[in-house]
Design a protein around this ligand. Structure first.
Ligand SMILES: CC(C)(COP(=O)(O)OP(=O)(O)OC[C@H]1O[C@@H](n2cnc3c(N)ncnc32)[C@H](O)[C@@H]1OP(=O)(O)O)[C@@H](O)C(=O)NCCC(=O)NCCS
Length: 155
């Protein structure tokens, strides 16, 4: 399955009022790292259709590295699920710790703005097969949430 890696070196202008990393900045990097894997798989521009629940397990201090690894878990027709796992690395000690994980859905769009069918991807390893299976279950739930949001719009 297609993967990507992205590393960010946190800078003072990434900080919140407490001097640690602003959560929105991490969310931006998660979206970017996920889009990287998605676009690499699609070989086309992609847009974010949804982001699942995120939790932040520990603060990231300015000067630390944020390591993001993304994997296309499952390709549907024009959409795909990407999983991202985030670690913090302390530059002085080299120690790493898990910070957050997220699942995002991307849709591939051509230059005319039309959705495009994606190349399929077949899971091979046990872990890929497990992610593929679970991605299908998560998609059902996401589409229910989306339908509820659309129904609420209609009133
Ligand atoms: C996402 C978007 C392209 C979906 O387009 P649409 O015309 O509503 O098309 P559909 O309902 O047919 O959905 C297209 C695909 O996306 C999937 N999808 C749409 N919304 C989804 C959601 N919230 N979660 C998961 N999958 C979603 C559909 O299941 C379908 O998948 P498939 O082709 O693999 O079966 C459209 O809503 C859009 O452009 N949104 C804005 C995206 C954007 O700009 N993101 C950046 C943040 S501002």
């Amino acid at each position: 399955m297609t993967t990507a890696e992205y590393t960010a070196w946190t800078q003072p202008n990434d900080a919140n009022a407490l001097g640690t990393l602003f959560g929105g900045k991490l969310m931006q990097w998660v979206d970017l790292a996920a889009a990287l894997a998605a676009s690499r798989h699609a070989r086309a521009p992609v847009v974010t259709a949804s982001v699942d629940y995120m939790t932040f397990l520990r603060p990231v201090h300015i000067g630390q590295l944020v390591l993001l690894k993304s994997t296309v878990n499952r390709v549907f027709k024009t959409s795909m699920e990407v999983g991202v796992k985030v670690w913090v690395e302390d530059m002085r000690t080299g120690e790493t710790a898990h910070v957050s994980s997220a699942y995002l859905t991307f849709v591939a769009i051509d230059v005319a703005g039309k959705r495009v069918a994606l190349p399929q991807a077949v899971p091979e390893t046990d872990i890929e097969k497990r992610r593929w299976e679970h991605a299908g279950e998560r998609r059902e739930y996401r589409l229910q949430l989306r339908q509820r949001a659309l129904d609420r719009e209609k009133g």
